[in-house]
Design a protein around this ligand. Structure first.
Ligand SMILES: NC(=O)c1ccc[n+]([C@@H]2O[C@H](COP(=O)([O-])OP(=O)(O)OC[C@H]3O[C@@H](n4cnc5c(N)ncnc54)[C@H](O)[C@@H]3O)[C@@H](O)[C@H]2O)c1
Length: 337
C-alpha cells in the first residue's frame, strides 16, 4: 500500500483517481483550492469507496499551507493534477496560468525535495505535440509548438521535471500525456462538473442535449479528415484514473532511472461527427448542431499510440466511445435534476 498525495483531487480526473487508488488498496490525501471544483465531491467519493477521505483546502501557491501538509504526512508518491486547464481562458489570462500552473508546481517540487518524497506523477497533455507530422503520436514524437499559454504550461512543466530529475536523481518522475478524457464513474456519483464553462466536446454535447445550450457548434468541416471534422482520441476517465494507480505502483516497484513518459489514449481517432453520432445512438435522440468556421489553434487530428503504457504499466483501455457517451449522458441527466 502506498500513501499518495493527490493535488486537485476534487477535480474531474483527480476525483476518479481517488476512487481507483482506494479501490486498489492505497491511502490518499487530497488537496485542492476549489478554483474549479466543489468539496462536496469528496462525499461522493466516500460513498463510492465506502471510506473516509483525508482532504484539505490548500492552494499550491501558498508555500506555508503546502509545507504543513508535508509535515503532517509521509508520502510515498505525489500525483499532481491541480492546474487551470481552459485553452481559451489561458489566451486571455496567461499570467494566471503561469502563476497557478508553474509557480504552484515549483512549490510542490520544492516540498518533494525538502521532505524526501521519491515519486512524482505529472498530468501532461497531448497538446504538447501540437500539429504532429505523423499519426498516431508516440512518446518520442517531437514536442510541437504550443498552441496556447495553457499548452505551454504543460511543456514547461515537462521541462522543469527534466531539469529537476538531473539535480535530484533520487526522485522518480512519470509524465502522463492525456488525450481527451471524458465520461463518468459508472455510479454516476462523480463526473465532470467544472465551475468554469465546459469547452470540451463531450460535456458540450450533453449540455446541448439537456437544453443548457441551444446548439452545438462544430468548428470546421473542411479539414483533411474522412468527414472534414477534427479527429481526437477520447479516453474514458476511469481508464485514465487507473493508469495513475499503475504509474504509482510502477515507480515504486521499478524505480526507473529516467523519466517515464506515457501516452494515455484509446489509440483510436474519432471525428467530431462520429462522436455526435455515437451520442445520438446511445441517447436515442437527435442533437442540434451546426457547422461554423474553424477555431484558431485547433489541431486537425491527433490520436495516441499507447503501446509503451501497455508494455511497462500493463495498461490498456477497457471502455470505448459508447461507454464514454453512456456515462457522460447519465451524469448530465443526474446533475441537471
Ligand atoms: N480534462 C482534460 O481534458 C485534460 C486533458 C489533458 C490534461 N489535463 C490535465 O489534467 C489535470 C486535471 O484536469 P481536470 O480535467 O481534472 O481539471 P479540473 O479543473 O477538474 O481539476 C483540477 C483541480 O485542481 C484544482 N486547482 C487548480 N489550481 C489549484 C491550486 N493552485 N491549488 C490547489 N488546487 C488547484 C481545481 O480546483 C480543480 O479541482 C490538469 O492538470 C489538466 O491540465 C486535463
Amino acid at each position: 500500500m502506498a500513501k499518495v498525495l493527490v493535488t486537485g483531487g476534487a477535480g474531474y480526473i483527480g476525483s476518479h483517481t481517488l476512487v481507483d487508488l482506494i479501490d486498489h488498496g492505497h491511502a490518499v490525501v487530497s488537496i485542492d483550492n476549489y478554483l474549479n471544483s466543489d468539496p462536496s465531491v469528496y462525499q461522493s467519493v466516500e460513498k463510492i469507496t465506502n471510506s473516509k477521505i483525508d482532504y484539505e483546502d490548500v492552494d499550491l501557491k501558498s508555500m506555508p499551507d503546502l509545507k504543513r501538509v508535508f509535515e503532517e504526512h509521509t508520502f510515498d508518491a505525489v500525483i499532481h493534477f491541480a492546474a487551470l486547464k481552459s485553452v481559451g481562458d489561458s489566451v486571455e489570462n496567461p499570467l494566471s496560468y503561469y502563476e497557478n500552473n508553474i509557480a504552484g508546481m515549483v512549490n510542490l517540487l520544492k516540498c518533494l525535495v525538502e521532505y524526501g518524497v521519491e515519486n512524482f506523477i505529472f498530468s501532461s497533455s497531448c497538446s504538447v505535440y501540437g500539429n504532429a507530422d505523423e499519426l498516431p503520436v508516440v512518446e518520442s514524437t517531437p514536442i510541437g509548438s504550443a498552441e496556447s499559454p495553457y499548452a505551454r504550461t504543460k511543456q514547461i512543466g515537462e521541462q522543469i521535471i527534466a531539469d529537476v530529475s538531473v539535480a535530484h536523481p533520487d526522485i522518480r518522475f512519470c509524465v502522463l500525456r492525456y488525450f481527451n478524457p471524458a465520461g463518468a464513474h459508472p455510479s454516476i456519483l462523480i463526473g465532470e462538473s467544472a465551475r468554469n464553462k465546459a469547452n470540451n466536446l463531450v460535456p458540450v454535447i450533453t449540455e446541448t442535449a439537456i437544453g443548457k445550450r441551444a446548439a452545438l457548434h462544430v468548428f470546421g468541416d473542411n479539414y483533411d479528415t474522412r468527414d472534414g471534422t477534427c479527429i481526437r482520441d477520447y479516453i474514458h476517465v476511469m481508464d485514465l484514473a487507473h493508469a495513475h494507480t499503475l504509474a504509482v505502483e510502477y515507480l515504486i516497484r521499478e524505480k526507473p532511472q529516467s523519466i517515464a513518459t506515457f501516452n494515455l489514449g484509446s489509440g483510436t481517432g474519432s471525428t467530431v461527427l462520429e462522436v455526435i453520432k455515437t451520442f445520438e445512438q446511445v441517447a436515442d435522440q437527435k442533437l442540434n448542431f451546426k457547422m461554423v468556421d474553424r477555431r484558431p489553434g485547433d489541431v486537425e487530428a491527433v490520436y495516441a499510440d499507447y503501446s509503451l503504457a501497455k508494455e511497462l504499466l500493463g495498461w490498456s483501455p477497457q471502455l470505448d466511445l459508447k461507454d464514454i457517451m453512456r456515462t457522460a449522458w447519465a451524469w448530465e441527466q443526474h446533475r441537471s435534476k
